[in-house]
Design a protein. Structure first.
Length: 330
């Protein structure tokens, strides 16, 4: 119990430190929301006085105030549960996050489940057939795909499967012409959501499955050389039981901790994919907030990715301590 409390306190300190660092780094970026909005309004034909009046009514804070003053005001709102309002969307940050997080979680969860499951199966099969054609092909495939950025694969999938073959839609989470702005929780809508999510999910899977394949193959080969596997074979146990109970169970243990960590890190990688496919998740809102210097929206999106990363590492610690008590005792 003491070990869990210490880890939990570390999580709290890490989150607060990361939040403080995010706040100051965002405000140290060149430009501010007032300058960006003023430039946009002047380009649209507004006079300087008109643009200044519009900006004064839209920007909920003064970016020229001392940065420590802005920080203390931000902390007051944060501890009250108020993250402020987005400048470009004129909507509370909490409402935007409540809308965006489920879409990102939807993509992340499906992508991780598919890539992890297929990686485990392919990695074990490659370990048992190491040196063969199957092993060489998927080793090369895994090495190449894991080196490709997800957004590059996403662009190719859009150009080929959506642009040339017209098999899948290009943009959006669902067909808005069919369901409008208020879709219902029906089988038709769910099927349409999965249909639109196919290309984003494939972009994640194709670039992440290689890491799971190579990790599982390496872990399985290591376990196959252990004495307890040789002893199980000498006892005449059936091969299926050896594969599942002796080899697979021990080989997959190190990957569970990596899976927990991957849950957090894939949130930060959603920026490019969701922006390419115009998917309304955390990544798309973050991508739209950076060029406009929407400080509040950037802070909220970075806060979500930070919390996801820190909590996933905490979950990995808890999970691995259950799988290997030596970690907790240490």
């Amino acid at each position: 119990m003491r070990w869990i409390v210490k880890r939990a306190l570390t999580v709290v300190v890490t989150m607060f430190s990361a939040l403080t660092l995010i706040f100051f780094l965002i405000r140290l970026m060149p430009g501010n929301p007032v300058d960006v909005m003023m430039a946009q309004l002047l380009m649209q034909g507004y006079s300087a006085e008109e643009a200044a009046h519009v900006v004064a009514t839209m920007v909920p804070f003064v970016p020229t105030d001392p940065i420590h003053t802005q920080y203390f005001e931000f902390l007051k709102g944060f501890f009250r549960g108020d993250l402020g309002a987005s400048i470009i969307y004129a909507t509370p940050i909490a409402s935007i996050l409540i809308y965006a997080i489920p879409w990102t979680v939807f993509l992340v969860s499906i992508s991780l489940i598919i890539s992890f499951s297929l990686g485990i199966l392919l990695g074990m099969f490659m370990a048992y057939r190491r040196g063969g054609v199957f092993d060489r092909f998927f080793s090369l495939f895994s090495s190449v795909t894991r080196a490709l950025p997800p957004y590059v694969v996403g662009v190719f999938l859009i150009l080929f499967l959506a642009g040339q073959l017209h098999w899948f839609p290009i943009l959006g989470p669902y067909d808005s012409s069919r369901f409008g702005s208020k879709p219902g929780f029906t089988l038709d809508f769910i099927a349409n959501v999965f249909y639109h999510a196919f290309l984003p999910v494939m972009s994640y899977v194709l670039t992440s499955i290689g890491g799971w394949v190579l990790a599982m193959k390496s872990s399985t080969v290591s376990v196959l050389g252990e004495y307890f596997v040789t002893a199980a074979e000498a006892r005449g146990l059936r091969e299926r039981r050896i594969v599942t109970s002796y080899v697979g169970r021990n080989a997959i243990l190190p990957l569970f901790a990596s899976l927990a960590v991957a849950i957090g890190y894939i949130f930060s990688g959603s920026v490019f994919i969701e922006n390419i496919y115009s998917y309304p998740g955390i990544g798309k809102f973050l991508a739209s907030s950076i060029p406009t210097r929407d400080y509040t929206l950037m802070t909220g999106c970075f806060l979500v990715t930070t919390v996801a990363t820190v909590l996933s590492n905490f979950l990995a610690d808890l999970l691995y301590s259950r799988l290997d008590p030596r970690i907790r005792l240490g």
